[in-house]
Ligand binder design. Structure first.
Ligand code: ZN
Length: 374
């Protein structure tokens, strides 16, 4: 195959090698899937891309040179602040890159793999996070990250797409193709912001662990009437969010742990009472036993963190030790013992009222006061 590539194209040797191994990898994972009994079509590469390595790509801070069929070509990047911050950080080793061509825009995108050695943090503090694109991402420290425009069906691109799909004409299809790229980038942008803010929240509270629920949960929370396309998009975005959260946390040496998603939304984070009637259809939580009232996702976020702390010793992370859940006003250990962050400070909050995050807004439900934590 390598020799065919060399004969049939003018590509430099290293690009042929990379193309060959990319195809091989795709084939291997497909065959592995077949062996497991899953049906899956033969892999196809519909969009033009090329994999570059150290010999074919030289990365500088604001430009790069690439091997091409016309020899070495120097290119400048269009960079956002986010990308600049990584390129300017000498701690990152810039490694391979993949060049993508976007037909609709007639533009090339270079995805660079960067690597940095980070030590995992010591410490036993956990941030519980309820990830749920349909509503918000909420932390046990009371930060709300509004899903807002992410919600499929409310997002502008999604609405336009629906209209075009009904039209079904050729020009509608062309617009659709361009739109799906824009929609994808719009959503990815929001997810990047949300995942970054969650990690910053964990860092601000000195947490070494972020507890989230296992992926399956999002499917249970989707409405039954939601259609297949919406479901697929939702699952895709949710997976992306989890992945982003993991690699962004890793940059800080924070570990993301997945806990089993049992009853986190039905259980009272204050008294532990579990009932299917604790949470109403609006997502508001009201304990039928102790009367604790709070936003349902916030209640779930605290339960998710607590689930990690109370896992049996074989299942919990080794470094977690006694473990403490980070709340807004203090911490809670696995036995439910509460420690305020600062008992002498005059501005200590006795109520664990959620704070509005920069990304989101506090959901307007009219009932804003939450009872004290302990
Ligand atoms: Zn209760």
């Amino acid at each position: 195959m390598y020799h065919d590539l060399r004969d049939e194209t003018d590509l430099p040797a290293n690009l042929c090698v990379r193309a060959y191994s990319k195809a091989l990898e795709a084939m291997k994972s497909t065959v592995a899937d077949w062996k497991k009994g899953n049906s899956r079509p033969l892999p196809r590469f519909d969009k033009p891309s090329a994999v570059y390595d150290k010999r074919t790509l030289t990365i500088k801070d604001r430009s790069a040179t690439l091997s091409t069929i016309n020899g070495r070509v120097a290119v400048d990047y269009v960079l956002g602040d986010y990308q600049k911050s990584y390129l300017d950080d000498d701690d990152y080793e810039k490694r391979m890159g993949t060049l993508h061509y976007r037909e609709g825009e007639d533009a090339f995108y270079l995805h660079i793999v960067i690597k940095k050695e980070v030590e995992e943090r010591d410490g036993d503090k956990v941030l519980g996070v309820d990830l749920n694109l349909k509503n918000v991402a909420v932390t046990s420290t009371g930060s709300f990250y509004d899903g807002g425009d992410l919600l499929w069906g409310q997002n502008h691109y999604f609405r336009v797409r629906r209209i075009l799909q009904h039209k079904g004409t050729r020009s509608a299809k062309q617009v659709l193709r361009r739109l799906s790229g824009r929609e994808t980038r719009f959503v990815l942008n929001r997810l990047h912001t949300i995942s970054r803010r969650i990690v910053e929240e964990a860092d601000a509270h000195d947490c070494s662990y972020i507890a989230v629920e296992r992926l399956t949960h999002i499917r249970e929370r989707m409405d039954h009437q939601d259609d297949r396309v919406k479901r697929q998009l939702h699952n895709w975005a949710f997976r992306e969010l989890q992945e982003m959260l993991e690699y962004k946390a890793a940059e800080y040496g924070i570990r993301v742990e997945h806990v089993p998603p049992a009853y986190t939304s039905q259980t009272c984070s204050k008294c532990g009472h579990r009932s299917s009637t604790n949470r109403d259809s609006d997502g508001w939580f009201e304990c039928t036993d102790c009367g604790y009232e709070v936003d349902g996702d916030y209640n779930a976020a605290k339960n998710i963190g607590m689930t990690l702390l109370t896992l049996p010793s074989g299942e919990r992370p080794g470094g977690l030790g006694d473990g403490h859940l980070a709340l807004k006003s203090g911490t809670l250990n696995g036995n439910g013992n509460y420690t305020a962050y600062d008992t002498t400070s005059a501005d200590r909050e006795s109520t664990d009222k959620p704070t509005t995050s920069v990304v989101g807004r506090w959901p307007s439900r009219g009932r804003r006061e939450n009872p004290a934590e302990t």
